[in-house]
Design a protein around this ligand. Structure first.
Ligand code: GDP
Ligand code: IMO
Ligand code: MG
Length: 475
């Protein structure tokens, strides 16, 4: 069985095109396939290299509950990309990039922004909070990162208004999802309810006041219904938007068109996801999820391109598991082990500062994430965090009332009741953060990584061993 999936592993180089300077280097031909490999599997496994030199557009997704280290991976890959497009979520995201020891936390701006030659776009699938975006731009510029002229915003992205944030906070008191209170849910509700206000309406539209007035009245009605004391006013919102519009306007374009043009020009494009597969509004641990499609299926929609433009999906997984907010987390460790992981991994939310819940790597979750995203490569992060642990546990499956459960249950109560089945791995008890070659990793670390790879049947493309940009091992 292992032989069958090792054929797709040979396709790993298609992801390498983002780091390999020669434009045609990554494309495999049949002559690269070792003798003995059933060639039909090589062809069926993807065949990008067989049928044409196409490896231009890669999606980067979180394959757990968010905070897997997507920001770092996107920053590393963006070195070769011409354009990075964020395709969903909003200021709920916190993507950390460390460059030369300096830490940057990005919420709405794509994590490619620290690569000065890379352009960045906020796609139509994002819900845009103008105030925090402008603060983020100012902070980057203050720290010497030029954003002007490099960042575009979709005219179709929906605006997060102050009333959305008030509604998020008020709803949270009743629903207790543990949201980031950045107004994400209420803004997506308005989008789907066809009453949202988009960036284009603000910059190019007419008659915004009447629509805004309707929304304010409705928000006040909802705030009262939810028992909140806060009320919002039309005047404050008008003043707010008047202040934001002039600075936003120069960045507003049709980012789908921009992305299509980059692809047509043969440029490399990264589509950056936020959150993680288990927070996806359809596939996650509903209702303890965010309100967008975090999985790769949402990338085409949220970037405004066709799905056929996407050539590969890189799933980012931590070498263990974390979650912020409420909802089931089957492999959540006991308080002592959780505290140790939290301390070793610095597991505090990049957006809200909340301590992250910590536990062991969950293969059921990762396999599920692989299936619903169609992962073609893996980036395993934070391996170094496990360096000092004598034993590392991994969940191989669940049991529920004495029955084996190997697929993700749909209902959170069921997931909350499953018992994880663990396998223990010997720790390597050596520092890995200085290692740059896969073969230099301790053998126990390689056993651990290859076990994950075998279980997921997805090749590992890179392993991250520290926060800094250069602390990465390409496979
Ligand atoms: P994201 O939301 O997926 O981009 O992830 P976050 O930035 O919220 O959280 C990941 C955290 O882990 C950040 O503080 C990163 O600097 C850090 N990080 C990323 N990769 C590694 C790694 O390989 N080792 C260690 N020790 N930290 C890492
Ligand atoms: P990045 O992109 C981790 C979680 C919240 C809450 C749920 C819903 O940094 O990985 P929301 O504010 O989106 O309505 O909250 O989703 N959540 C995240 N958890 N990383 C994130 O983003 C998250 N964005 C939202 O904690 O449980
Ligand atoms: Mg994060």
């Amino acid at each position: 069985m292992a032989l069958f999936w090792r054929a797709p592993r040979l396709l790993t180089p298609f992801a390498r095109c983002l780091v390999d300077p020669s434009p045609h280097a990554p494309y495999l031909s049949l002559k690269d396939v070792p003798w003995g490999t059933p060639r039909v599997f090589f062809v069926l496994a993807g065949g990008f290299g067989v049928f044409g030199p196409k490896c231009q557009c890669i999606v980067v997704v979180g394959a757990q509950w968010g905070d897997e280290g997507k920001g770092k991976i996107v920053d590393v890959l963006a070195e070769r990309a011409a354009l990075v497009v964020r395709y969903q979520g909003g200021a709920n995201a916190g993507h950390t990039v460390v460059k030369d020891g300096e830490e940057f936390v990005l919420h709405q701006i794509p994590s490619g922004i620290l690569n000065t030659q890379t352009r960045c776009a906020i796609g139509n699938g994002v819900v845009l909070d103008p105030q925090t975006l402008l603060a983020e731009i100012d902070e980057l510029e203050r720290r010497g990162v030029r954003v002007a002229g490099r960042l575009s915003i979709s005219d179709r992205a929906h605006l997060v208004m102050p009333y959305h944030k008030a509604l998020d906070a008020a709803t949270e008191r009743v629903q207790r999802i543990g949201t980031t209170q950045r107004g994400i849910g209420p803004t997506y509700e308005d989008k789907i309810g066809r009453r949202g206000i988009r960036v284009g309406d603000l910059i190019f539209g007419k008659g915004l006041s009447t629509r805004l007035n309707d929304r304010i009245q409705s928000a006040n009605y909802d705030l009262e219904r939810l028992g909140a004391d806060e009320r919002v006013s039309l005047q404050a919102h008008e003043e707010y938007l008047e202040k934001m519009a002039p600075r936003l306007s120069s960045m507003v374009v049709d980012t789908g068109l921009l992305t299509a043009a980059a692809l047509r020009a043969g440029e490399l494009v990264l589509l950056e996801g936020a959150q993680g597969a288990l927070l996806d509004v359809d596939h996650g641990t509903y209702p303890y999820v965010t309100s967008s499609t975090t999985t790769a299926g949402g990338a085409a929609v949220g970037a405004g391109i066709g799905p056929t433009a996407i050539d590969g999906v890189l799933g980012v997984v931590k070498a263990y598991t974390t979650r912020v907010g409420n909802g089931p987390l089957p492999t959540e460790a006991d308080e002592k082990s959780a505290q140790e992981l939290r301390k070793l991994g610095g597991e505090f939310g990049a957006t809200t500062g909340r301590p992250r819940r910590c536990g062991w790597f969950d293969t059921v979750v990762a396999k599920y994430a692989s299936r619903i995203n169609g992962l073609t490569g893996l980036a395993v992060t934070k391996l170094d965090v496990l360096d000092t642990l004598p034993t590392i546990s991994v969940c191989t499956g669940y049991t529920l009332d004495g029955q084996e459960v190997n697929e993700m249950p749909a209902v959170p109560d069921v997931l909350g009741r499953v018992e994880p089945v663990y396998q223990n791995f010997e720790g390597w008890l050596k520092p890995t953060s200085g290692i740059r070659r896969y073969s230099d990793l301790p053998s126990q670390a390689r056993v651990y990584l290859e076990w994950i790879e075998d279980q997921l049947e997805v090749p590992i493309f890179c392993v991250s061993v520290g926060t800094d940009r250069d602390q990465i091992i390409q496979r």
